[in-house]
Each structure stands twice: as structure tokens, then as C-alpha cells.
Design a protein around this ligand. Structure first.
Ligand code: GBH
Length: 454
């Protein structure tokens, strides 16, 4: 077998990602307020087996050990999110100092370990108090978000290397249109209003960051994390092509457009008619702030067909896998070339701005031995295949600067609960014992050599 070593550019940022609700636990401790995900998970029937993030990985109490583990694995960067209702229990107004202190201790522990802090301000867990004031469909939410962001910039702006405003705002909006994500409102008009407030909130937060408070601009960079999957029309006909365009515009264009180009996708807005969000004078300028990087979460390739019964967008989606690669424990396809295809499509829109893979990973039915060790060769192969495609994308001129595996450790996979395991590190939930899997050891080697073997 011939071996080809693909060496990444110097300084390529290797990391792993998590989010607050999925790992922290301590949902009502030290003054934390309730979030929409606390409320959703506590509601009967919303999450598989009635599981919740009440305890999750107990990271709130085990943070020091978790950072030590990251150091042991050799991570150069760690992407985490900040729970808004831990910092501002009511969403606006009084700061909960104990909550804010937790993030300060985390950022300082990362600093001591030599790991770059990559903080996401909104990973879906809106304070429930703000949901009761209308949530994201209320455009005031943009201002509440910017005020909350400012609290974090003021306290941690001298130590955080990278900030992301939102994680996958597409999914936050789905929480209004559908039932699978909090708050699960099933209200299509609310979904599209939420999209616009999310864009405005992003713009206001970036603007606040640049204004830089009393101490002038902060040290770090700011951007946003979007879920950018690969979409292909099922057939060659016009109907499938247009259905595919609607799917891409709904999932991606409504964010990429305003944020990178200062406009919404026109054909989709026409299609939506009265459901299209109200855009006021000055809004698009606000959304269209210069950002420092684009974060891309990537998981799968969809084949899109026109479907008369396909809901508002009249489409249906099926997963695509490269032959022989099967599907993940969540039924998602595995199609390595998709990650490069998206980079090649989105790269030009980003006009050379640095791009990071802020999430990519696979859920597997891991089985551990008696010691807790998992020999997850499938996950190693998954990551290896993705990294090869990323290396090819860099060779073709894409300004890709880093890769964050999702996730550092097994955690609460939203409405699917604890069953799908994404981690490099196994978590035995009853004992909270952490055991690095084969993939963690392998990934450490990739980081150490800054290279992957093809
Ligand atoms: C990411 O979500 C999250 O950022 C992370 O918290 C999560 O744990 C991880 O990935 C793994 O799931 O486009 O309408 O068909 C990705 C979750 C999966 C949510 C696909 C939306 C498709 C909805 N996304 N899902 S749609």
C-alpha cells in the first residue's frame, strides 16, 4: 500500500468542540437561569427516553480535569459555548457573577494549558425568560443578544482568541418552525422572523465587538458558525434543481447572503411571500459587518427532490453516502467529497476570508471494553477521509485555517439524548469517567505531525 503524507500548512489550528448545554450540567446551580433547552428537555416527549442535560458530562464541576485532558491530547484550540442564562439568568439586566466566573476560570485554565479559546455566544440555549418575551422571532432579541455579548467581550475580550456569535442559526430557527429543537413552536412565520433577528443580533454583536468598550478593540477575532452541508439535486430537471436551490437558500443562503453579501436570496423571499421577514431600512447594512472568519460545521450530503407534499419548500431530502461507507448511528450518510464541494462553493463568497471547520464528526455505536476503552476504527477512518479532502481543498486555494472535531467527548445529543456517541473521549455517564478512544490517540498524532497519512 502506498503511503502519502499530507502535511497541513504551518499554524493550522487543530481542535475539538463542545457546547454548554450538551456538557455542563448544573442546569440550575450557582444562580443559573432556565434556558429554552432546560424547558424543552423537561417537557414530556421532547427528548428520547426523557433524557435531559441536567447533569450531562458534569463539566461544570469537572472543567479543570477536562482541560487537563485536552492538554494531554495535544489540542491547540478548544471550541466551547457560553450559556447565556448562566451569565444573565433573566437574559437581560443583572449579571450572575458566579456564572461569569465559571467561564473566566475556563478561559484562564485554557490559557495556562496553552490552548486557544474559541467561544461561541449562542449555541441554541436562549434564556427562557427571553422566550417568554417573544424569543428570537421578536426583533428586540437582537439587542438583548448584543448586550449579553458585550458583557462577555468586556470580561474575556483580552483572552479569547476567537468568538463566534451564533452556532448554526439555521437550527435555532428550526426550533420555531418545527418540533425537534427548542422551543419547538411549529410556527413557520416565527421561523422566518427568527432568521432575521438572528442576523441582526449577529451584526449588532460584531459591531459591539469592534467598538471595543473603553479599552479599544479586543485582541481576538470574531465570526459566525454556520451549518454548511452539501446539497445535490436528485435529477437533472428544472423542478429538482429549483427545489435544491430553495433548500440551500433556506438552510444557508438566508445567513450567508445577509452576512457576506448584504442581501437575502431573492427567489426564496418571493417564494415565501407573506412569510418573508420584514426588513427595515438599515437592517441589511447592520447584518453585513466585516467579520474575521467563517466557521463551517459540516456533517452530510443531501440529495434534494421536488416533492408536492414536501412542506412549505416543496422538497424532500435523502442522505447520500459514498459507496461502502454506510451511515452513522444517527442515520446520516458519509460522503467525504461533500466537505470539499461545500468549501469550493462557499470559498468564493467568503472572498478569501479564513475558514475553519468548526465542527465535523460522526456518531457511532461505540462499544467499550471492561476498562472503558473504545477501539473506534470507523471514527479514525471517518476523520482521516475528511482530512484528506480538506487537504485537497487547501491545495486548490481555499483559505482553510483549522479543524475542530465534534466532539471532544460523548455528550447530550439534543433530542436524541445520550445514545449517539460523537466523542474522541468516551464518557461513562453513571461514573463520569473519561477514557480517550483510539480516535483520540490517533488525532493526537495528526496534531503532533500536522499531517495525515493517506
Ligand atoms: C451540530 O448540529 C451542532 O452544532 C451540535 O451541537 C451537534 O451536537 C452536532 O452537530 C451533531 O449533531 O436541515 O432541516 O434537514 C447539527 C444538527 C443535524 C440539525 C441536521 C439539523 C437537519 C435539519 N443538525 N438537522 S434540516
Amino acid at each position: 500500500m502506498s503511503m502519502l503524507t499530507r502535511i497541513f500548512p504551518e499554524g493550522f489550528l487543530w481542535g475539538a468542540a463542545t457546547s454548554a448545554y450538551q456538557i455542563e450540567g448544573s442546569w440550575n446551580e450557582d444562580g443559573k437561569g432556565e434556558s429554552v433547552w432546560d424547558r424543552f428537555a423537561h417537557t414530556m416527549g421532547r427528548v428520547a427516553r426523557g433524557e435531559t442535560g441536567d447533569v450531562a458530562c458534569d463539566h461544570y464541576h469537572r472543567m479543570k480535569g477536562d482541560v487537563a485532558l485536552m492538554k494531554e491530547l495535544g489540542l491547540r484550540a478548544y471550541r466551547f459555548s457560553i450559556s447565556w442564562s448562566r451569565v444573565l439568568p433573566e437574559g437581560t439586566g443583572a449579571v450572575n457573577e458566579r456564572g461569569l466566573d465559571f467561564y473566566e476560570r475556563l478561559v484562564d485554565a485554557l490559557g495556562e494549558a496553552g490552548i486557544a479559546a474559541n467561544a461561541t455566544l449562542n449555541h441554541w440555549d436562549l434564556p427562557q425568560a427571553l422566550e417568554e418575551r417573544g424569543g428570537w422571532p421578536n426583533r428586540d432579541c437582537a439587542r438583548w443578544f448584543a448586550d449579553y455579548s458585550r458583557v462577555l467581550f468586556e470580561r474575556l475580550g483580552d483572552r479569547v482568541a476567537m468568538w463566534a456569535t451564533h452556532n448554526e442559526p439555521h437550527v435555532t430557527a428550526l426550533g420555531y418552525g418545527g418540533a425537534d429543537f427548542a422551543p419547538g413552536r411549529c410556527d413557520a412565520a416565527a421561523e422566518y422572523r427568527a432568521i432575521h433577528s438572528l442576523n441582526l443580533g449577529h451584526g449588532e454583536a460584531v459591531h459591539a465587538f469592534r467598538a471595543g468598550g473603553k479599552r479599544g478593540p479586543y485582541a481576538g477575532k470574531i465570526g459566525i458558525v454556520l451549518d454548511l452541508h452539501h446539497y445535490v439535486p436528485a435529477g437533472e430537471g428544472e423542478q429538482d434543481r429549483l427545489a435544491c436551490e430553495r433548500a440551500v437558500d433556506r438552510a444557508q443562503g438566508v445567513f450567508l447572503g445577509p452576512i457576506l453579501q448584504g442581501r437575502y436570496p431573492e427567489r426564496l423571499m418571493e417564494w415565501l411571500g407573506p412569510l418573508a421577514p420584514e426588513i427595515r431600512a438599515g437592517d441589511l447594512e447592520l447584518c453585513f459587518q466585516p467579520i474575521d472568519f467563517l466557521g463551517m460545521n459540516h456533517y452530510f450530503t443531501f440529495k434534494i427532490a421536488y416533492a408536492h407534499r414536501g412542506g412549505l419548500l416543496r422538497h424532500s431530502a435523502t442522505q447520500v453516502s459514498e459507496p461502502g461507507l454506510g451511515e452513522t448511528a444517527l442515520g446520516w450518510g458519509v460522503n467525504p467529497i461533500g466537505i470539499r464541494a461545500v468549501l469550493e462553493r462557499v470559498g468564493p463568497m467568503a472572498r478569501g476570508m479564513p475558514i475553519y471547520i468548526s465542527e465535523n464528526g460522526t456518531a457511532m455505536r461505540d462499544e467499550s471494553d471492561a476498562s472503558g476503552y473504545v477501539e473506534d476504527r470507523g471514527r479514525v477512518n471517518f476523520i482521516r477521509r475528511m482530512l484528506i479532502e480538506l487537504h485537497k481543498a487547501i491545495e486548490s486555494g481555499i483559505n482553510l485555517r483549522g479543524y475542530f472535531y465534534w466532539s471532544l467527548m460523548d455528550n447530550f445529543e439534543w433530542a436524541s439524548g445520550y445514545e449517539p456517541r460523537f466523542g474522541l473521549v468516551r464518557v461513562d455517564f453513571p461514573t463520569q469517567r473519561r477514557t480517550p478512544k483510539l480516535s483520540a490517540r490517533w488525532y493526537s498524532g495528526v496534531i503532533e505531525h500536522n499531517a495525515v497519512e493517506e
